[in-house]
Design a binder for this molecule. Structure first.
Ligand code: CDP
Length: 223
């Protein structure tokens, strides 16, 4: 269980491509908090596993990789991830990672290791932390909790627009990937994707980015 600390923590959870990361980054910037996208941690484990040619079913080897993660690889200001001195953030968002990350994120030991790191960071920073299980499992005592969602079709449309110049995935392929990842994340035994009971749920299907930011800021007046 998280020790109550002197720093303030805000959790933002939600399904794939719900906009939670962009919203979290903007929020952190506005209120001068640090920012941690925990999805990048799971993606980093998937990236290192693929790099070492490790099969996704080889739980032990994937746990070993998780154990060797250096937390300073994750920059809490700009949201970049470094490996061997190089920025690898863009590589973590490629389709081969998309299709393995949710399988890796099912392993309870992998989650335990990464959650320990995440709690440590939260204990030492005013922090906006983004993920799937932050309000429910990682920081159940967070000062503010949000759950950002939107329909799968809207999320796929947004991601399609973001990726337009980066790869040639079709809208249909992106929608398929998103639905598949949602289904693994929602149905897994360990820390499934669900809103915390005390989270404020914001459906951004019909909202512009700016309006979503205003919506969140409304709840933070007391900070
Ligand atoms: O950016 P996007 O919403 O597409 O995904 P992400 O936040 O980068 O997360 C990638 C994957 O990591 C998710 O589909 C989950 O399987 C896993 N994840 C998780 O299990 N727990 C978290 N706190 C964050 C991510």
């Amino acid at each position: 269980m998280q020790n109550k600390n002197t720093y303030k923590n805000i959790s933002i959870d939600g399904p794939a491509a719900s906009g939670k990361t962009t919203l979290g980054e903007e929020l952190a910037l506005r209120i001068n908090y640090k920012f941690l996208d925990t999805g990048l941690m799971y993606r980093f484990v998937a990236f290192r596993s693929l790099l070492d040619g490790i099969d996704v079913n080889n739980e032990k080897a994937i746990v070993d990789i998780s154990n060797n993660i250096d937390i300073s690889s994750f920059d809490l200001q700009k949201g970049e991830v470094y490996f061997q001195g190089k920025k690898v953030t863009a590589s973590l968002k490629e389709r081969n990672i998309d299709s393995t990350v949710s399988l890796i994120a099912k392993y309870s030991l992998v989650r335990k290791i990464l959650v320990n790191h995440q709690r440590q960071i939260a204990l030492n920073n005013n922090l906006v932390m983004v993920g799937r299980d932050i309000g429910t499992v990682v920081l159940p005592e967070a000062d503010h909790k949000f759950f950002i969602t939107a329909t799968p079709e809207i999320r796929a449309k947004r991601r399609f627009k973001d990726l337009l110049f980066l790869n040639n995935l079709s809208y249909e392929e992106i929608l398929y990937d998103i639905k598949k990842r949602d289904s693994i994340d929602i149905s897994r035994k360990n820390s499934p994707l669900i809103p915390a009971k005390d989270a404020i749920v914001i459906d951004t299907s019909e909202m512009s980015f700016d309006i979503s930011v205003i919506e969140i800021m409304k709840f933070l007046e007391v900070l």
